[in-house]
Write a protein that binds this ligand. Structure first.
Ligand code: SAM
Length: 297
Protein backbone atom coordinates (compact mmCIF):
# COMPACT_ATOMS: atom_id res chain seq x y z
CA UNK A 1 0.00 0.00 0.00
CA UNK A 2 1.39 3.44 -0.92
CA UNK A 3 1.97 6.17 1.65
CA UNK A 4 2.80 9.88 1.34
CA UNK A 5 6.52 9.51 1.91
CA UNK A 6 7.16 5.95 0.80
CA UNK A 7 10.60 5.22 -0.62
CA UNK A 8 12.07 2.49 -2.80
CA UNK A 9 15.09 1.19 -4.62
CA UNK A 10 15.20 -0.64 -7.96
CA UNK A 11 14.12 -3.98 -6.45
CA UNK A 12 10.90 -2.97 -4.71
CA UNK A 13 7.62 -1.11 -5.00
CA UNK A 14 7.54 1.55 -7.75
CA UNK A 15 11.28 1.08 -8.32
CA UNK A 16 10.92 -2.45 -9.75
CA UNK A 17 8.37 -1.19 -12.30
CA UNK A 18 11.37 0.42 -14.04
CA UNK A 19 12.90 -3.07 -14.40
CA UNK A 20 9.59 -4.49 -15.63
CA UNK A 21 9.39 -1.99 -18.48
CA UNK A 22 13.11 -2.43 -19.18
CA UNK A 23 12.58 -6.20 -19.46
CA UNK A 24 9.73 -5.51 -21.90
CA UNK A 25 11.95 -3.27 -24.00
CA UNK A 26 14.64 -5.95 -23.97
CA UNK A 27 12.10 -8.50 -25.30
CA UNK A 28 10.93 -6.04 -27.95
CA UNK A 29 14.54 -5.48 -29.05
CA UNK A 30 14.96 -9.25 -29.57
CA UNK A 31 12.12 -9.42 -32.10
CA UNK A 32 12.97 -9.74 -35.81
CA UNK A 33 11.37 -6.35 -36.59
CA UNK A 34 11.43 -4.34 -33.35
CA UNK A 35 9.64 -1.03 -33.00
CA UNK A 36 12.52 0.27 -30.90
CA UNK A 37 15.90 -1.15 -29.99
CA UNK A 38 17.13 -0.44 -26.49
CA UNK A 39 20.22 -2.57 -25.92
CA UNK A 40 20.72 -1.14 -22.44
CA UNK A 41 17.39 -2.58 -21.27
CA UNK A 42 18.85 -6.09 -21.23
CA UNK A 43 22.01 -4.83 -19.56
CA UNK A 44 19.92 -3.46 -16.67
CA UNK A 45 17.99 -6.72 -16.29
CA UNK A 46 21.15 -8.83 -16.26
CA UNK A 47 22.66 -6.53 -13.64
CA UNK A 48 19.54 -6.88 -11.49
CA UNK A 49 19.87 -10.68 -11.76
CA UNK A 50 17.44 -13.37 -10.59
CA UNK A 51 14.03 -13.37 -12.25
CA UNK A 52 14.98 -10.46 -14.46
CA UNK A 53 17.52 -12.56 -16.36
CA UNK A 54 14.96 -15.33 -16.88
CA UNK A 55 12.49 -12.67 -18.02
CA UNK A 56 14.70 -11.41 -20.84
CA UNK A 57 15.96 -14.87 -21.79
CA UNK A 58 12.42 -16.25 -21.86
CA UNK A 59 13.48 -19.25 -19.76
CA UNK A 60 10.69 -19.00 -17.17
CA UNK A 61 7.31 -19.78 -18.74
CA UNK A 62 5.64 -18.67 -15.49
CA UNK A 63 7.05 -15.15 -15.71
CA UNK A 64 4.28 -12.59 -16.41
CA UNK A 65 6.15 -11.36 -19.51
CA UNK A 66 6.00 -14.89 -21.02
CA UNK A 67 2.21 -15.12 -20.74
CA UNK A 68 -0.50 -13.81 -23.09
CA UNK A 69 -0.49 -10.69 -20.92
CA UNK A 70 3.25 -10.40 -21.48
CA UNK A 71 2.90 -10.57 -25.27
CA UNK A 72 0.41 -7.68 -25.12
CA UNK A 73 2.53 -5.77 -22.63
CA UNK A 74 5.67 -6.02 -24.77
CA UNK A 75 3.74 -4.78 -27.82
CA UNK A 76 2.49 -1.90 -25.67
CA UNK A 77 6.01 -1.01 -24.57
CA UNK A 78 7.31 -1.25 -28.14
CA UNK A 79 4.62 1.13 -29.41
CA UNK A 80 5.04 3.48 -26.45
CA UNK A 81 8.83 3.62 -26.82
CA UNK A 82 8.54 4.36 -30.54
CA UNK A 83 5.93 7.07 -29.94
CA UNK A 84 8.21 8.91 -27.50
CA UNK A 85 11.39 8.30 -29.54
CA UNK A 86 9.61 9.93 -32.49
CA UNK A 87 8.55 12.81 -30.22
CA UNK A 88 12.16 13.44 -29.20
CA UNK A 89 13.34 13.42 -32.82
CA UNK A 90 10.67 16.07 -33.53
CA UNK A 91 11.72 18.29 -30.63
CA UNK A 92 15.40 17.97 -31.55
CA UNK A 93 14.54 18.99 -35.13
CA UNK A 94 12.69 22.01 -33.68
CA UNK A 95 15.95 23.08 -32.02
CA UNK A 96 15.16 22.23 -28.39
CA UNK A 97 18.32 21.45 -26.44
CA UNK A 98 17.01 20.96 -22.88
CA UNK A 99 15.40 17.57 -22.31
CA UNK A 100 13.76 16.58 -19.02
CA UNK A 101 12.99 12.93 -18.28
CA UNK A 102 10.56 12.96 -15.36
CA UNK A 103 10.80 9.63 -13.53
CA UNK A 104 13.62 8.61 -15.87
CA UNK A 105 13.90 5.14 -14.34
CA UNK A 106 15.91 2.96 -16.74
CA UNK A 107 15.06 5.07 -19.80
CA UNK A 108 18.30 5.02 -21.81
CA UNK A 109 17.45 7.75 -24.31
CA UNK A 110 20.38 9.86 -23.07
CA UNK A 111 22.59 7.02 -24.38
CA UNK A 112 20.81 5.77 -27.45
CA UNK A 113 19.17 8.72 -29.27
CA UNK A 114 21.25 10.87 -31.64
CA UNK A 115 21.07 14.19 -29.78
CA UNK A 116 22.28 17.43 -31.37
CA UNK A 117 25.43 19.10 -30.03
CA UNK A 118 24.72 21.17 -26.94
CA UNK A 119 21.81 19.02 -25.73
CA UNK A 120 21.48 18.51 -21.98
CA UNK A 121 19.32 15.64 -20.70
CA UNK A 122 18.08 16.00 -17.12
CA UNK A 123 17.06 12.73 -15.48
CA UNK A 124 14.79 12.99 -12.45
CA UNK A 125 14.04 10.01 -10.26
CA UNK A 126 14.53 8.91 -6.67
CA UNK A 127 18.20 8.65 -5.59
CA UNK A 128 18.47 4.86 -5.36
CA UNK A 129 17.01 4.24 -8.81
CA UNK A 130 19.45 6.72 -10.36
CA UNK A 131 22.28 5.14 -8.38
CA UNK A 132 21.53 1.67 -9.79
CA UNK A 133 21.34 3.07 -13.32
CA UNK A 134 24.60 5.02 -12.97
CA UNK A 135 26.52 2.04 -11.59
CA UNK A 136 25.27 -0.41 -14.24
CA UNK A 137 26.02 1.94 -17.11
CA UNK A 138 29.43 2.82 -15.68
CA UNK A 139 30.37 -0.86 -15.41
CA UNK A 140 29.08 -1.42 -18.95
CA UNK A 141 31.26 1.46 -20.22
CA UNK A 142 28.28 3.30 -21.71
CA UNK A 143 28.77 6.85 -22.96
CA UNK A 144 25.86 9.29 -23.18
CA UNK A 145 25.13 10.92 -26.55
CA UNK A 146 24.31 14.21 -24.79
CA UNK A 147 25.35 15.89 -21.57
CA UNK A 148 23.45 13.98 -18.89
CA UNK A 149 22.62 15.47 -15.50
CA UNK A 150 21.07 13.42 -12.73
CA UNK A 151 18.53 15.13 -10.49
CA UNK A 152 17.84 12.81 -7.54
CA UNK A 153 14.49 13.95 -6.18
CA UNK A 154 11.05 12.71 -5.23
CA UNK A 155 8.56 14.19 -7.69
CA UNK A 156 6.14 14.79 -4.81
CA UNK A 157 8.70 17.28 -3.41
CA UNK A 158 10.04 20.57 -4.78
CA UNK A 159 11.54 19.10 -7.96
CA UNK A 160 11.49 22.42 -9.91
CA UNK A 161 14.00 23.86 -7.40
CA UNK A 162 16.18 20.75 -7.74
CA UNK A 163 16.05 20.99 -11.53
CA UNK A 164 17.03 24.67 -11.54
CA UNK A 165 19.83 23.95 -9.07
CA UNK A 166 21.26 21.55 -11.66
CA UNK A 167 21.39 24.27 -14.32
CA UNK A 168 18.00 24.06 -16.04
CA UNK A 169 17.28 27.41 -17.77
CA UNK A 170 13.58 28.28 -17.82
CA UNK A 171 14.20 31.10 -20.33
CA UNK A 172 15.16 28.52 -23.00
CA UNK A 173 12.77 26.02 -24.64
CA UNK A 174 12.64 22.56 -23.13
CA UNK A 175 11.08 19.19 -23.89
CA UNK A 176 9.53 17.09 -21.15
CA UNK A 177 8.40 13.52 -20.83
CA UNK A 178 6.27 11.74 -18.22
CA UNK A 179 6.26 8.11 -19.42
CA UNK A 180 5.04 5.44 -17.04
CA UNK A 181 4.73 7.97 -14.25
CA UNK A 182 1.30 9.54 -13.73
CA UNK A 183 -0.39 6.35 -12.50
CA UNK A 184 2.06 6.30 -9.58
CA UNK A 185 1.13 9.83 -8.47
CA UNK A 186 -2.05 10.95 -6.71
CA UNK A 187 -4.10 13.61 -8.55
CA UNK A 188 -2.75 16.53 -6.50
CA UNK A 189 0.85 15.55 -7.29
CA UNK A 190 -0.09 15.21 -11.01
CA UNK A 191 -1.51 18.75 -10.90
CA UNK A 192 1.70 20.04 -9.28
CA UNK A 193 3.74 18.19 -11.90
CA UNK A 194 1.79 19.77 -14.79
CA UNK A 195 1.98 23.20 -13.13
CA UNK A 196 5.74 22.84 -12.67
CA UNK A 197 6.21 21.87 -16.32
CA UNK A 198 4.10 24.84 -17.48
CA UNK A 199 5.87 27.31 -15.18
CA UNK A 200 9.35 26.22 -16.35
CA UNK A 201 8.49 26.03 -20.07
CA UNK A 202 9.51 28.93 -22.31
CA UNK A 203 7.48 29.43 -25.53
CA UNK A 204 8.43 26.75 -28.04
CA UNK A 205 8.70 24.06 -25.38
CA UNK A 206 7.23 20.58 -25.72
CA UNK A 207 5.68 18.07 -23.34
CA UNK A 208 4.73 14.42 -23.83
CA UNK A 209 2.86 12.23 -21.38
CA UNK A 210 1.38 8.80 -21.00
CA UNK A 211 -1.90 8.90 -19.10
CA UNK A 212 -4.61 6.51 -17.99
CA UNK A 213 -8.31 7.16 -17.52
CA UNK A 214 -9.16 5.88 -14.02
CA UNK A 215 -11.31 2.76 -13.78
CA UNK A 216 -14.55 2.87 -11.75
CA UNK A 217 -13.52 3.18 -8.10
CA UNK A 218 -15.50 0.12 -6.95
CA UNK A 219 -13.75 -2.05 -9.57
CA UNK A 220 -10.39 -0.63 -8.56
CA UNK A 221 -11.04 -1.23 -4.86
CA UNK A 222 -11.73 -4.92 -5.56
CA UNK A 223 -8.52 -5.26 -7.55
CA UNK A 224 -6.52 -3.45 -4.90
CA UNK A 225 -7.94 -5.64 -2.15
CA UNK A 226 -6.97 -8.73 -4.19
CA UNK A 227 -3.49 -7.31 -4.69
CA UNK A 228 -3.02 -6.65 -0.99
CA UNK A 229 -4.43 -10.06 -0.06
CA UNK A 230 -1.94 -11.71 -2.44
CA UNK A 231 0.83 -10.54 -0.11
CA UNK A 232 2.90 -9.32 -3.08
CA UNK A 233 3.97 -5.74 -2.23
CA UNK A 234 4.99 -5.17 -5.86
CA UNK A 235 1.58 -6.01 -7.27
CA UNK A 236 0.44 -3.41 -9.82
CA UNK A 237 -2.85 -2.54 -8.11
CA UNK A 238 -1.05 -1.98 -4.79
CA UNK A 239 1.19 0.63 -6.41
CA UNK A 240 -1.10 2.78 -8.55
CA UNK A 241 -3.50 5.51 -7.43
CA UNK A 242 -6.27 5.26 -10.08
CA UNK A 243 -6.54 9.07 -10.08
CA UNK A 244 -6.30 11.69 -12.82
CA UNK A 245 -6.11 15.44 -12.18
CA UNK A 246 -7.28 16.10 -15.76
CA UNK A 247 -6.69 14.67 -19.23
CA UNK A 248 -3.38 16.17 -20.35
CA UNK A 249 -4.74 17.66 -23.57
CA UNK A 250 -7.45 19.50 -21.64
CA UNK A 251 -5.03 20.74 -18.95
CA UNK A 252 -2.31 21.99 -21.32
CA UNK A 253 -4.68 23.37 -23.99
CA UNK A 254 -6.26 25.60 -21.34
CA UNK A 255 -2.83 27.13 -20.76
CA UNK A 256 -1.80 27.99 -24.29
CA UNK A 257 -0.34 24.67 -25.46
CA UNK A 258 -1.42 22.96 -28.69
CA UNK A 259 -1.94 19.29 -27.93
CA UNK A 260 -2.55 16.03 -29.75
CA UNK A 261 -3.71 12.79 -28.10
CA UNK A 262 -3.58 9.24 -29.47
CA UNK A 263 -5.10 6.27 -27.72
CA UNK A 264 -2.69 3.42 -27.17
CA UNK A 265 -4.89 1.16 -29.28
CA UNK A 266 -4.68 3.65 -32.18
CA UNK A 267 -0.95 3.79 -31.68
CA UNK A 268 -0.69 -0.02 -31.76
CA UNK A 269 -2.72 -0.06 -34.97
CA UNK A 270 -0.47 2.58 -36.58
CA UNK A 271 2.66 0.54 -35.88
CA UNK A 272 1.11 -2.73 -37.04
CA UNK A 273 0.73 -4.43 -33.67
CA UNK A 274 -2.55 -5.94 -32.45
CA UNK A 275 -4.52 -4.40 -29.61
CA UNK A 276 -5.17 -6.95 -26.84
CA UNK A 277 -8.26 -9.11 -27.35
CA UNK A 278 -11.28 -7.51 -25.61
CA UNK A 279 -11.56 -10.30 -23.03
CA UNK A 280 -7.82 -10.52 -22.32
CA UNK A 281 -6.07 -9.57 -19.09
CA UNK A 282 -4.30 -6.61 -20.71
CA UNK A 283 -7.36 -5.15 -22.46
CA UNK A 284 -8.64 -3.01 -19.61
CA UNK A 285 -5.23 -1.49 -18.96
CA UNK A 286 -4.26 -0.80 -22.55
CA UNK A 287 -7.78 0.41 -23.39
CA UNK A 288 -7.50 3.15 -20.76
CA UNK A 289 -4.11 4.50 -21.89
CA UNK A 290 -3.48 7.52 -24.10
CA UNK A 291 -0.29 9.17 -25.30
CA UNK A 292 -0.21 12.94 -25.71
CA UNK A 293 2.25 15.54 -26.85
CA UNK A 294 1.88 19.31 -26.89
CA UNK A 295 3.78 22.46 -27.89
CA UNK A 296 3.65 25.72 -26.01
CA UNK A 297 2.80 28.86 -27.94
N1 SAM B 1 10.01 6.57 -17.44
C1 SAM B 1 10.76 5.35 -17.30
C2 SAM B 1 10.45 4.41 -18.44
O1 SAM B 1 9.41 4.56 -19.09
O2 SAM B 1 11.27 3.51 -18.66
C3 SAM B 1 10.46 4.65 -15.97
C4 SAM B 1 9.04 4.21 -15.79
S1 SAM B 1 8.86 3.15 -14.35
C5 SAM B 1 7.37 2.35 -14.81
C6 SAM B 1 8.32 4.28 -13.09
C7 SAM B 1 9.43 5.18 -12.56
O3 SAM B 1 8.80 6.25 -11.87
C8 SAM B 1 10.37 4.52 -11.56
O4 SAM B 1 11.70 4.69 -11.99
C9 SAM B 1 10.09 5.26 -10.27
O5 SAM B 1 11.22 5.35 -9.41
C10 SAM B 1 9.62 6.60 -10.78
N2 SAM B 1 8.77 7.35 -9.85
C11 SAM B 1 7.50 7.06 -9.50
N3 SAM B 1 7.06 7.92 -8.59
C12 SAM B 1 8.08 8.80 -8.37
C13 SAM B 1 8.27 9.91 -7.53
N4 SAM B 1 7.31 10.31 -6.69
N5 SAM B 1 9.44 10.57 -7.57
C14 SAM B 1 10.43 10.17 -8.40
N6 SAM B 1 10.32 9.11 -9.22
C15 SAM B 1 9.17 8.43 -9.20
Amino acid sequence: MRTDNDQWDITISVGQTALFVAASRALEARKPHPLAVDHYAEVFCRAAGGDWVAAVEGTDPEHPLQTEFGVDFVNFQGARTKYFDDYFRRVADAGVRQIVLLAAGLDSRAYRLPWADGTVVYELDVPKVLEFKREVLRRHGATPTAERREVPVDLRDDWPAALRANGFDASQPSAWIAEGLLIYLPADAQELLFAGIDALSAPGSFVAIEESAPMPMDVFEVKRAEALASGDPNSFFALVFNEQCAPGEQWFSARGWTASTTTLNECLHEVGRPAPAPDSEAAQMTGSISLMWARKG
